[in-house]
Design a protein around this ligand. Structure first.
Ligand code: FES
Ligand SMILES: [Fe+2]
Length: 314
């Protein structure tokens, strides 16, 4: 029965494709999302657009196209395309279906389903309104399906065995349709240097909120007496495994340079925490057999991603 989890489930959600500053006006980038080859470009007005990778005229890959004003010019026969359905094309400019794009966390995110653009916003990002200072981390490749990596955030039993964290009180989980929110309080019981730093900084009470959108994005927010830190993780299924892309953030403010220092410390603490998962998850054959009684939160996660996969539009 559990064999159904060992191969990557279909995934439709938000994917981080590049840092915002790496995509200047006129830049065009080819990008492969699950079942969806795309090109993303920034128009002269600074708007980011994403369209299917191949020119509808004869199939040329548009990564070598050029941006002209608000349009994309195919390199082969120079047909001009726009993905701006709200402003119907004039003259010889033709319209291409666009994919939902958002700029958040200093990054460009694309949703790999074009039809969603016309229907509704697919529910990400929820970046707090206060000003944050972001840092994009190095991606990590893990040889296991994405659903096994994301599951780690909902597996309370390993918090004690792997991370040396003890729960305080009873966790809460809430399925919100397109996202799943998990909240718990914990304390550090480990004796490693990062654990001791965390204990000192937190007063040994860490409020954690984890939010998962569609399965492709996790936001992990930690709150202590003095600090609030954020980590976004994006999961891209690739050949043989999953590429995990991290973005760290802290709230801005304080003395000059203080938020940069807090950001560096926060990234270091998150990395120390996640490092413990990496070698364990690598080459995992995901086969969950956890009963509802044993872990209702983990089962809520399994139900959530199963439903997301079942809802995927072709
Ligand atoms: S293939 Fe793109 S214009 Fe002909
Ligand atoms: Fe973990």
């Amino acid at each position: 029965m559990s064999g159904e989890w060992q191969n990557p489930l279909p995934l439709q959600g938000w994917f981080l494709v590049t840092q915002s500053r790496a995509l200047g006006c006129g830049a065009v980038l080819g990008i492969d999302l699950p079942n969806t080859p795309l090109v993303v470009y920034r128009t002269a007005a600074g708007v980011v657009r994403a369209v299917a990778a191949h020119c509808p005229h004869m199939g040329t890959h548009l990564r070598n196209a050029t941006v002209e004003g608000e349009t994309l010019r195919c390199p082969l026969h120079h047909w001009q395309w726009t993905a701006d359905a709200a402003n119907p094309p004039e003259n010889d400019i033709r319209c291409l279906a666009g994919y939902p794009v958002q700029e958040a966390c200093d990054g460009v995110w694309i949703f790999n389903q074009s039809a969603v653009a016309e229907n509704k916003s697919p529910g990400f990002p929820a970046v707090p309104s206060r000003k944050l200072h972001f840092r994009h981390g190095r991606p990590v490749f893990l040889r296991c399906p994405w659903q096994a990596v994301v599951a780690n955030a909902f597996d309370l039993n390993h918090f004690e065995t792997v991370h040396e964290r003890a729960l305080l009180g009873v966790p809460e989980i809430e399925d919100q349709g397109e996202s799943l929110e998990f909240r718990y309080n914990s304390q550090t019981t480990g004796q490693s240097f990062p654990d001791r730093v965390m204990r000192k900084l937190s007063g040994n009470r860490i409020e954690v909120t984890i939010r998962c959108w569609h399965g492709s994005v996790l936001m992990i927010q930690t709150k202590t007496q003095q600090r609030e830190t954020f980590l976004w993780l994006n999961f891209l299924p690739v050949d043989g495994g999953t590429l995990v892309k991290p973005i760290y953030a802290v709230t801005c403010g304080g003395l000059p340079g203080a938020s940069a220092l807090r950001l560096r410390n926060s990234a270091w603490l998150f990395q120390a925490f996640l490092r413990k998962d990496i070698s364990i998850l690598d080459q995992m054959k995901f086969a969950p057999t956890v009963s509802e009684q044993e872990d209702p939160y983990f089962n809520a996660y399994l139900r959530f991603i199963k439903r997301q996969a079942a809802q995927i539009q072709p």
